[in-house]
Design a protein around this ligand. Structure first.
Ligand SMILES: [Zn+2]
Length: 459
């Protein structure tokens, strides 16, 4: 039931490097990319694992992406309601129904997706599958269910609004995107206003329009027999849905405003000034450079030896920490640099960050730096439990979802990904830094007591 839409990344740490060919050659989930099945028009991805645990999930394009200002937050409330919308738990709540089974389940709404999942012992597979499929294609809920979840969501939104940082996240969304729903994804104040007006009828309209065969991906990771899974899934999805495809177009580009600008948010009570620098890019999942985004981000700002922190913290004593991370969805990629500093140092910090990025667009990084990131990724691979149903899901879910309706999907195996990631060189790093930190579409948002004069033409 979490609302995951902050400028934060769901990292899957499976995409690591390989230095020693003989040792990591065979690290992979499968030799070949698993096949995406179509059963009764629904997309189904089966990810076999040698495990007694089963994970059943439905992931969909959706979230705030399909909303308008007047419906902002409706998909989040719907997410709450749907997790309890299975007819078998109607006499009590679904959490009470599932209590004795010892399962884990949750749902999430993000700027571009919704996710519903349940994980438990494979002995309860039939019920778990029925729960996910039924709530996704044939939910049963009442006006009083809606009322109850509105209270939960109201508390959740108020919790976000209690932290002043919501204004920064909100401004970033408003200034970065062109899609109205994405612009309001972090506007909890607007969502709170809309929440009061949402009825069961409105939720059903939204459900019927956006929970369609066109944008849903069912994922099952399990040790159970594949044929049995398909048979069961087929019988559950036999009921034809009224709307086969959503009326909204899932855009591949044009989600970003691409304006070079700096925006100030006044926060008279703030102690430090928080700065978020955003670089929107037309870089899609599994395209050239995509595999290196995580590594290059950590080279730019990760630990104390990273390019930014070695200067801003170690040399100039201007900051405590700084993070650099990227988020990729159907719109492309946004690379974020997030940092906090004393009011008197805002300008110095911003100028230094751009100087560092400019410098390493020309200069190559040290051999030690490249070895460091490669070895860290390699260590991550050795630590990962590749047999877990969650790790295989994390590896494949986004690869398939963001290319769901593409005829020629570019999906890779873990082994292929390791090869691509480990092909990073000093020269390639320089090229990627040059591409990512191109200032022509750069957006800076900062929040604090002090407004600065900053000429964007100088960066
Ligand atoms: Zn929630």
């Amino acid at each position: 039931m979490t609302k995951k839409n902050k400028t934060k990344k769901n990292k899957t740490k499976n995409n690591k490097t390989k230095n020693n060919k003989t040792k990591t050659k065979d690290i992979s989930y499968y030799n070949k990319v698993p096949q995406l099945l179509e059963v009764n028009g629904y997309k189904l991805l089966i990810l076999p694992r040698k495990s007694k645990v089963t994970l059943v999930e439905c992931m969909l394009f959706g979230g705030y992406y399909f909303e308008k200002k007047e419906t902002s937050g409706i998909s989040h409330l719907l997410e709450h309601v749907l997790t309890d919308a299975w007819k078998k738990c109607k006499l009590k709540s679904c959490s009470v129904f599932w209590e004795k089974y010892g399962v884990k389940s949750n749902a999430h709404t993000s700027i571009s997706t919704n996710r519903y999942w349940i994980k438990g012992m494979s002995a309860f597979f039939d019920n778990m599958l029925e729960y996910i499929v039924e709530t996704m294609i044939n939910p049963k809920f009442t006006e009083s269910d809606v009322k109850r979840e509105k209270n939960a969501v109201e508390n959740e939104l108020n919790q976000y609004l209690n932290k002043p940082s919501w204004k920064l996240h909100d401004k970033v969304c408003k200034e970065l995107h062109t899609v109205e729903g994405m612009q309001y994804a972090n506007d909890e104040q607007q969502q709170l206003n809309i929440l009061k007006t949402i009825t069961k009828k409105k939720l059903l309209v939204h459900f019927n329009e956006f929970y369609t065969k066109n944008n849903m991906l069912f994922i099952i990771s399990t040790g159970l027999d594949k044929e049995k899974i398909i048979r069961k899934f087929k019988s559950l999805t036999n009921k034809e849905k009224k709307v086969p495809a959503c009326s909204f177009k899932i855009a591949k580009s044009g989600c970003f405003q691409n304006n070079k600008k700096i925006v100030y948010i006044s926060e008279p009570q703030a102690k430090n000034t928080d700065i978020c620098i955003c670089f929107p890019l037309e870089l899609y999942i599994n395209e050239k450079y995509y595999y290196h985004l995580d590594m290059v981000s950590s080279i730019v700002s990760g630990d104390l030896t990273s390019l930014i922190l070695s200067v801003l913290r170690k040399k100039l004593n201007l900051v405590y920490g700084a993070s650099c991370f990227s988020i990729t969805n159907m719109c492309g990629t946004v690379v974020y640099i997030s940092v906090s500093t004393l009011d008197k140092n805002i300008k110095k910090v911003i100028e230094n960050i751009f100087e560092i990025c400019k410098l390493y667009s020309k200069k190559i990084i040290s051999t030690n730096k490249l070895l460091q990131v490669k070895r860290k990724y390699k260590m991550g691979i050795y630590q990962a439990n590749l047999n877990s149903v969650k790790s295989v899901r994390n590896f494949y879910a986004n690869q398939f979802l963001y290319q769901l309706n593409n005829k020629d999907r570019k999906v890779v195996t873990l082994n292929e990904k390791i090869k691509k990631v480990s092909s990073l060189t000093k020269e390639k790093t320089r090229q990627i830094i040059k591409k990512i930190f191109d200032t022509k579409n750069c957006l800076i948002v900062y929040q604090g007591k002090k407004k600065i004069q900053f000429d964007m033409n100088k960066i």
